[in-house]
Design a protein around this ligand. Structure first.
Ligand SMILES: *Cc1c(COP(=O)(O)O)cnc(C)c1O
Length: 451
């Protein structure tokens, strides 16, 4: 029985890729392709591994739900004791709806609106990470107006290069995030004096998908120095929010270990007697999900052989956005001696960027075969769009021998209903613009002709 390199919950059994006790092909039969599929066992194993690596540090783990905001996923984490790191009002609402206690919610983000701050304060979130002096004033005013006290941490921009993709690097001084190290003392003193808030400590988040953990060491060391300086100036610093960012392996290489990360945390900030908050997203969910997609056709050109999938860049943007290389495997296990060919694996969207992989070695595939795009649990479904009028794809959560569609595929009617044609546009009522006959054409779509 062979398993996917970084997620043993996805494994071949009797020639078929299974997630826990279920064959992905059987789920595909019922749900249709493409779809995201997550493993509860992988979520539990990864969370327990992260939490036990930090044992002794009394960590507050706030799952960064922007990585995967499905309510069932958040509820699974909440059931394991996790809080949530949120970045918008919508995420506060999702966290609450999934059963995360407000006292475990951390609100981060470089541009929170007054309405969002107000909503978060009314919900009673644990902590608001403030990213600028301007935001301190806004938050103070909102809290005073509501008659509450906001617990805040200042997000430090440590000017550390996280050695990751430029689009997900957040800790360099030219990035928009946080307050420069040199201004932290003054900002902290200012926060102490402002009404409506209680300043609790400092926060940091230097970037995402860090596979080299040394930049964390540099950043946390800067944080520790700031804590000592603040205390030296007579301030109380009770909390450090160390952010997220721990990377995962997207291929066969070993990923960074939670143990190594935890050791580094102990060495840099372990003796400061601060409550530690962590905001892992990708590290907890990235390898707990795959995207299951079917081959539409295989096409040869003069120089390349293309596998065209029914999934595209709108479903999983990471390859086109970050040049990410996801492992891609056949759902039906190829024979051990099957010849391998280089394929370009692409979606059907009219953009060359709609490419999942180039020159990937795979055993031959045919139309209708299923493939699994691995490590698709984080920044997959949440970043999907309906570009090309493609429907958002469903999400499935497996637990041992059970599965549930935890977000269903919308219908074309629902897609069309989101738009409105104003009265001043004369709508032609000819036979040419009737909706085509097909499975999605119902009495409901006929009734859309509002006259
Ligand atoms: C994105 C983000 C995270 C999570 O990042 P991962 O790389 O998924 O761990 C945590 N905290 C903040 C403030 C973020 O913006």
């Amino acid at each position: 029985m062979t398993a996917l390199a970084n997620s043993p919950e996805f494994h071949y059994q009797d020639g078929q890729l299974h997630v826990e006790a279920l064959a992905l092909a059987a789920i595909a039969q019922e749900v249709g392709t493409p779809f995201y599929c997550y493993s509860s066992a992988a979520i539990r194993r990864t969370y327990d591994n992260f939490a036990s690596a930090l044992r002794g540090l009394d960590p507050h783990i706030a799952y960064a739900m922007k990585a995967n905001g499905n309510l069932a996923v958040i509820a699974t984490f909440a059931g394991l004791g996790a809080g949530a790191d949120v970045v918008s009002e919508g995420e506060v609402r999702r966290a609450l709806a999934a059963g995360v206690p407000p006292a475990k919610i951390v609100f981060s983000g470089v541009g929170k609106t007054e309405a969002e701050l107000e909503m978060a304060l009314q919900a009673g979130v644990l902590l608001i990470n403030v990213e600028s002096e301007v935001e301190l004033d806004t938050l103070s005013a909102v809290a005073v107006r509501l008659g509450v006290s906001a617990r805040v941490a200042l997000r430090v921009n440590p000017d550390v290069d996280p050695n990751t993709h430029a689009k997900i690097s957040t800790g360099r001084k030219e990035n928009k995030f946080g307050i420069d190290t040199g201004r932290i003392m003054a900002a902290f003193a200012r926060a102490v004096d402002l009404p409506g808030m209680e300043i609790d400590g400092l926060a940091i988040h230097i970037g995402s998908q860090l596979t080299d953990i040394e930049p964390f060491r540099r950043a946390f060391t800067i944080l520790a120095t700031l804590v000592r300086e603040l205390r030296g100036a007579g301030h109380t610093v009770r909390r450090l929010d160390l952010g997220g960012g721990l990377g995962i392996a997207y291929g066969d290489e070993p990923g960074p270990s939670a143990g190594g990360y935890a050791e580094l945390v102990r060495q840099t900030v372990g003796d400061l007697d601060c409550q530690l908050t962590f905001e892992p997203g990708r590290a907890l969910i990235g390898n707990a999900g795959v995207l299951v997609t079917a081959v539409i056709l295989v096409k040869d050109s003069a120089s390349r052989r293309f596998i065209v999938l029914d999934s595209a860049m709108n479903d999983l943007t990471r390859p086109s956005l970050y040049s990410a290389e996801h492992a891609i495997v056949a759902v039906a296990e190829p024979a051990a001696d099957a010849p391998l060919h280089p394929f370009d694996i692409v979606g059907p969207i009219c953009e060359t960027g709609d490419t999942f992989a180039t020159g990937r070695s795979l055993a031959p595939v045919r139309a209708g075969d299923l493939l699994a795009i691995c490590s698709a649990g984080a920044y997959g479904a949440v970043m999907a769009s309906s570009y090309n009028a493609r429907l958002l794809i469903p999400e499935v959560l497996v637990d041992d021998g059970d599965f549930a569609v935890v977000r269903r595929r919308p219908t074309f009617d629902e897609m069309l209903d989101q738009d409105y044609i104003p009265d001043w546009i004369e709508k032609r009522e000819s036979s040419e613009n009737r909706a085509p006959v097909g499975p999605d054409v119902s009495a409901k779509s006929a009734r859309r002709d509002r006259g």
